[in-house]
Design a binder for this molecule. Sequence first.
Ligand SMILES: Nc1ncnc2c1ncn2[C@@H]1O[C@H](COP(=O)(O)OP(=O)(O)OP(=O)(O)O)[C@@H](O)[C@H]1O
Ligand SMILES: [Mg+2]
Length: 155
Amino acid sequence: MENYPYCGKLVKKTFSADETLKLGESFAAGLNNKNLFLWGELGAGKTTFLKGLGKGLAVKQKVVSPSFQLVRNYTDGSGRLRLIHLDLYRLSSLEEILHLGWNDILESDAAVAVEWADRASDILPRQGVFMKFSHIAPDEREIEIYSEKRNIPGF
Ligand SMILES: Nc1ncnc2c1ncn2[C@@H]1O[C@H](COP(=O)(O)OP(=O)(O)OP(=O)(O)O)[C@@H](O)[C@H]1O
Ligand SMILES: [Mg+2]
């Protein structure tokens, strides 16, 4: 996270699930913008990254795929920040997430991580940590990281 730029784009590559987990863990250390928005195809590594982030934040519970739950809360244990994990894969409308208190969640002092954030691209804030995950080969993933929504192609 030390080299995380405040504008433009950063590209990371990982060659195993463990590397992606470690990348997530390393992000926890310097997490200064607490809202992370992740997208990319099924199995691209979003949850794997967040498992590492949860470990780095020392949240008490293991981070799992929220699957049938849109929002999951992880309490902070001995960590700095609690984590709120959203998965919008099954989101049927933006109203659904707005009713869940989307704005309050983003403004809370928790670290907020949103999988399938592209499903809510219209209501994403202008700034945050925006991460696009791509499946390159069975064990290889590319992660494009942006800090400004306006720099993301197609958003
Ligand atoms: N370099 C890698 N990074 C992350 N995961 C990898 C990598 N190589 C292989 N994998 C495997 O790919 C899968 C990634 O699954 P994960 O649940 O993290 O994806 P996801 O993006 O959250 O998918 P979904 O959209 O279904 O929530 C895991 O089975 C993991 O072991
Ligand atoms: Mg997932």
